[in-house]
Structures are given as structure tokens and as C-alpha cells.
Design a protein around this ligand. Structure first.
Ligand SMILES: Nc1nc2c(ncn2[C@@H]2O[C@H](COP(=O)(O)OP(=O)(O)OP(=O)(O)O)[C@@H](O)[C@H]2O)c(=O)[nH]1
Length: 603
């Protein structure tokens, strides 16, 4: 395939051109995502031929020639990939919002990790998101210039920088890199420093870089292009002549233009006057492109018009679309040019908007998030923790949500996880009311924290509930009447007994070992004191309503506590692990006796 240069809008021509791969940058707060993107933008401007850089909305295209210039590989490599398109908004929020065909819009990602701080909660979260979306990625280990004693070689390839360091600094870098390798391996990824990798399909590359000095940046960009070239070219084929297909990055009010859409166009061509179709809050919106706008170059930003108008734009590009009737468009929605296939496209958009890949269960928790992508990311994490979801919605937490949750019977499920979204004031008011006491709301901008908080609460609540229900159950016990301890014959009979096994509680019914009824045991006394329970081996006095000693019962007789059938069910299933051996033994004897005549008793 002929080598092509990225010349801005129409960089891809021909039927099966390869489009520019779309790249997102993810990572923990302050680890250097923005600095890296700024550096990439700055370096590509410096290194590209005049005219090669075009301004994009919401994205930066780094042409192949700029990457080759930086890495000193100009004319040495034979790449078809025309460059890389970086989404300007970093972070997993943008990543998950930008969807295409139910997956991530980004073809690849850079996971930024501050080499000095290592893995942090959002690093892990980003990693899980990349795994869920099956997005190929490279790890940029940033801030190498902060390693104590680092000698800077601005904008140089990594190996040049590495060789300029003394042994101590090199050792620190090695150690820190291996800490990352270890962490990634804990998460199930095989990683290595990029220069030691033989098979890039099996190993994920770690590239040490600095977003401030630009050290290692040429290698990072080169690896990204190489990966796209070798493993993704099939996914990157596009037909420029075809109708435009893109994703809405942002919905913005612009002075003089009304509501506009910042769009990443990833396939085909979009023209002024084209009929377009896009997803809105209240269904599918169809309208006509009034203008297509690109930002003006930096030096002209002070002129009256902030945008340049173009008649037509081809993928992959970032472009602002002005058109009537765009209120209510949802960020992350697909946008497509209609070419006589309106119904089919309407159906596709409807499907994409509704087909949030959230598995719903009959019983489960509620989740809310600010965008479809965020909701999906949260649901996938919950799925991995086996936490069922009953309802998943985009938007802020409302009064209505609280009322709905309050009707959930299972106390462990009357819960809402709010990811990156707010509570409306009337929802807060509602939560204050007594009837809403059982409703639990967890809020966070980090999925990881939400799930941890929920699991911690769930465990605590589960234990409390178990404790309460355990206390209400009749426990198994076997007792026997001691000789010389008949204190009263009847009404009630008062006798001394020994607890042979299990736990004897006050208020239970007693039966003979063959199942015949004895009577209700009222009190347990130890010395002069009334007690509520006695354990194996203890000798106590009990009062029994009903039998007379010497008639229905005699010295030396043994009895079981008569456990109601539904208590047996709970004891044998949920509570079995809470019973001690003595209780388990007597429960076994007791059910054996009961099941002689009714094999399924208590099952
Ligand atoms: N020395 C050095 N400082 C860096 C590097 N990368 C980022 N920084 C500094 O680290 C701080 C945070 O960097 P940002 O680029 O804003 O980090 P971010 O990940 O975009 O942060 P958020 O947008 O808040 O998530 C800033 O003070 C940067 O100047 C680097 O490679 N070397």
C-alpha cells in the first residue's frame, strides 16, 4: 500500500485507505495526562512540515512525518498509518463517553502512570476499563525527570536519555519500572519495558517518559504507530467516499451559532447541507448541517471569528457541527449522514442509545451515572464483583429514585451507587424522612471507591442481619433428667437436667427421642438465677408445662428441643457455618429422627 502523508482534512483518499487511529489518554489524577498531551501537541507543531498540522475540534492529529522526524526514523520505516489522532480530553470519563458500535471509540490508549508514585486507584480503574473494552494500550511511565539526580536530554529518545544517567539513577528507574511490571501482572497483564519486548501482541509496552522535557516521547509515539500498523490495520480501513459516521464528543452552546456538536468523525465524509441523524434525550434527531467549523490557528484567535468554515471534512477528524434543532443531543451518541437509509439509521441510533450493555437482574441495586459510557463502565465492574443490578440510568439522583429504592425488600439491595453524578435537592430532602431510613446512597467520581464502599457496607450489614436472625432461631439441644433432682412433680414439673449437646434456650418445646410430645419448657434456673440459655455440659433446673414426673416423663429420660421445620431449613443452609460441632451433631440426630417418617421434612 502506498505511503500517505497526513495533510489535514482529506488525508485519506482512495477506497481502502487506512484512517488515523484514535487514541485516548487515561490515568490517575495529576499523573501527567494533560502535560503529555500538551507536549505531544507542541512537539508535533515543531516537527511537522508547514501545512501538515491542521487544527481540530477536541482532538489533535499528529502526522506520521512529525513522529518520524522526532524519532529520527524518517524514510526508514514503511508505515501506512497516516498518524495518530489524540482526543484532547484525557481521562476515563471521556474514554467511556466516546463510544462507537457499543465499544470504545478510541482504537488505542495510553495509560499514564507517574513512575515515582506507581499504581493508584484510578490507574487500576482505568486498567479495568481498558480490559473491559478490550482496547490495546501502552503504559507511559511519566515524570522520569523527577527521579533524583536525573540528567535531562530534552526531547531525546529514551535510550539516549537512559545512557546519559549514572548507575544509581539507572537502578532507580529499573526498580520503579519493575514495580509497575509487578502491579500490571497482578492485574493479569504481561508487561515489559518496550525495548525488551519481542512480541508486542503478547506483551504490553512500558515506555518511560517525561511530559515536561519530552524525553522518551519519540519512542512512545513510534510504538503507538507500530502497534496500529501491525495489529490494527484491518480495523482502520475506511471508505472516505461513504457517508460520514462519528461520535458526539460534546454538546456546546456557541455565541451566534446556538447549540453545536463537537464531533469525532471516524469514517466517511461529512458535507455542509448533508442530512444527519443523531441521538437525543427524547429520541432520534434528524437535521441538516448548516456549517462545519474548525478552530482558527492560535495566532488568529483574537480575530472576530473563532472558527474557520469548511465545506466538507473526511475521517478521522475533530469538527464542530452547527445545525438547527440540536438541543437535547446526548454526548457519546453516534452521528451519521443519511443517504436514503433513514429508517435503518434511525433504528441503529435507537439501538445504540438503548443498548447499554448493562445486564439487569430481577433483584439488585440501582446505579446512576452522568453518561451512558460511565454507566456501562460501572456496570461492567459490578458484574465482575458479582453485584447484581436491577436498574441502571443516566442522570442525577432524583426524589423518584429514592422512593423506588425504598420499596426494595432486601435490605442489602436498597442501595444506589451514583457515579460522577449529583443528587437533586428534592432527593436530599426525601432522604431525610424517616420512611427512607433503609435507603443507602453511595456517591463517588471513582468506580473503585464506590464498589469498595458498597462492599464494606454490605459485609457489615449482612453480618448484622445474620446476627439478628440467628438470635431468633430455635437452636438444637439434647438434655437428660438427672437423678435425685425432681423438685416438683407437675404444674409445672421442675427437674434438674444436664445439657448433653447443643444449646438449650428458655421458651422452647421439648419432645422425647422418638418424637412424642413432652411439653413447653418455661424457665431455666442456675442456682437462684433465671438464665436464657445453657450450653453443652451445663447442669440446670428447668420448668416444664404439661407432663407429670413418673407418668409422661421419668428420671434418666432424654429429650430433644423441638425445632420448627422452617428453622431447620435456615439452620441447615444459611446458618450451618455458624453452628458449633455440638449443635451440628444434635441437629443431625434430630432431623434423622424426624425424617424417618417424612424424608423431606425441613428440606
Ligand atoms: N517533572 C515533571 N512534572 C510533570 C510531568 N508530567 C506532569 N508533571 C507535573 O505534574 C502535575 C500534574 O500534571 P497534569 O498533566 O496536570 O496531570 P493530569 O494527569 O492531567 O492531571 P488531572 O487532569 O488533574 O487528572 C503538573 O504540575 C505537571 O507540571 C513530568 O513528566 N515531569
Amino acid at each position: 500500500m502506498a505511503k500517505k502523508k497526513d495533510k489535514g482534512n482529506n488525508q485519506n483518499s482512495g477506497k481502502n485507505s487506512i484512517r488515523t487511529p484514535i487514541v485516548c489518554v487515561l490515568g490517575h489524577v495529576d499523573h501527567g495526562k494533560t502535560s503529555l498531551l500538551d507536549k505531544i501537541r507542541g512537539s508535533s507543531v515543531v516537527n511537522a512540515e508547514e501545512g501538515a498540522i491542521t487544527q481540530h475540534i477536541g482532538a489533535t492529529i499528529v502526522p506520521l512525518e512529525a513522529i518520524e522526524e522526532m524519532s529520527g526514523t524518517k524514510g526508514k520505516m514503511n508505515f501506512d498509518v497516516p498518524g495518530l489522532l489524540f482526543i484532547d480530553t484525557p481521562g476515563h470519563h471521556a474514554f467511556t463517553t466516546l463510544r462507537s458500535r457499543g465499544g470504545a471509540l478510541a482504537d488505542m490508549a495510553i495509560l499514564v502512570v507517574d513512575i515515582n508514585e506507581g499504581f493508584q486507584p484510578q490507574t487500576i480503574e482505568a486498567l479495568h476499563i481498558l480490559r473491559n473494552f478490550k482496547t490495546p494500550f501502552v503504559v507511559a511511565a511519566t515524570k522520569i525527570d523527577r527521579i533524583h539526580g536525573w540528567r535531562k536530554t530534552p526531547n531525546a529518545p529514551f535510550m539516549t536519555c537512559y545512557n546519559a544517567q549514572n548507575e544509581r539513577v539507572q537502578t532507580i528507574l529499573e526498580t520503579k519500572t519493575y514495580e509497575l511490571v509487578g502491579k500490571l501482572s497482578e492485574e493479569g497483564f504481561n508487561c515489559e519495558r518496550y525495548d525488551r519486548i519481542k512480541d508486542f501482541q503478547k506483551n504490553i509496552a512500558i515506555v518511560p517518559i517525561s511530559g515536561i522535557t519530552g524525553e522518551g516521547l519519540p519512542d512512545l509515539l513510534m510504538i503507538m504507530v507500530g502497534l496500529a500498523q501491525r495489529y490494527m490495520t484491518d480495523n482502520l480501513k475506511l471508505t472516505v467516499e461513504g457517508p460520514g459516521v462519528g461520535t458526539v464528543l460534546e454538546v456546546k452552546e456557541e455565541r451566534g451559532l446556538g447549540t453545536t456538536l463537537d464531533v469525532i468523525l471516524f469514517d466517511g465524509t461529512l458535507n455542509v447541507g448533508d442530512e444527519i441523524i443523531v441521538g437525543g434525550n427524547e429520541g432520534v434527531i434528524t437535521t441538516k448541517v448548516r456549517s462545519l467549523l474548525k478552530p482558527r490557528p492560535m495566532q488568529e484567535i483574537l480575530t472576530e471569528e473563532r472558527f474557520d468554515r469548511v465545506k466538507s471534512i473526511s475521517a478521522a477528524s475533530g469538527i464542530k457541527v452547527a445545525a438547527p434543532g440540536l438541543d437535547g443531543v446526548v454526548a457519546g451518541s453516534p452521528i451519521m449522514v443519511v443517504k436514503g437509509n433513514r429508517e435503518e439509521l434511525e433504528e441503529r441510533i435507537r439501538h445504540e442509545m438503548q443498548d447499554i450493555a448493562v445486564k439487569l437482574s430481577e433483584e439488585g441495586i440501582f446505579i446512576k451515572a452522568d453518561t451512558i459510557g460511565a454507566l456501562e463502565a460501572l456496570s461492567k465492574e459490578l458484574e465482575q464483583h458479582n453485584i447484581p443490578i436491577m436498574r441502571a440510568e443516566v442522570g442525577p439522583v432524583s426524589r423518584h429514585d429514592i422512593v423506588e429504592i425504598a420499596t426494595v425488600k432486601n435490605p442489602l439491595m436498597s442501595v444506589l451507587l451514583a457515579f460522577n453524578t449529583t443528587k437533586l435537592p428534592d432527593a436530599n430532602e426525601m432522604l431525610m424522612s424517616d420512611q427512607m431510613e433503609n435507603v443507602m446512597i453511595f456517591e463517588s467520581g471513582v468506580i473503585y471507591h464506590l464498589i469498595d464502599d458498597y462492599l464494606e457496607w454490605e459485609e457489615k450489614t449482612r453480618r448484622q442481619i445474620e446476627k439478628q436472625s440467628f438470635e431468633k432461631l430455635v437452636m438444637p439441644a439434647k438434655i437428660s433428667i438427672l437423678p435425685d433432682c425432681v423438685f416438683r412433680q407437675s404444674n409445672p414439673a421442675v427437674v434438674g437436667v444436664r445439657v448433653l449437646s447443643g444449646k438449650l434456650q428458655a421458651g422452647v418445646n421439648l419432645i422425647h427421642l422418638d418424637g412424642r410430645k413432652v411439653g413447653k419448657m418455661k424457665q431455666i434456673k442456675k442456682g437462684q438465677d433465671n438464665i436464657q440459655e445453657a450450653n453443652e455440659g451445663e447442669e440446670v433446673a428447668i420448668s416444664i408445662e404439661g407432663p407429670t414426673v413418673g407418668r409422661q416423663i421419668n428420671v434418666g429420660d432424654s429429650f430433644y428441643v423441638d425445632i420448627p421445620e422452617h428453622h431447620v431449613k435456615v439452620l441447615e443452609t444459611e446458618m450451618f457455618s455458624h453452628l458449633n460441632d455440638s449443635m451440628k451433631n444434635v441437629l443431625d440426630e434430630f432431623t434423622h429422627m424426624k425424617r424417618k417418617e417424612q424424608p423431606f421434612w425441613g428440606k
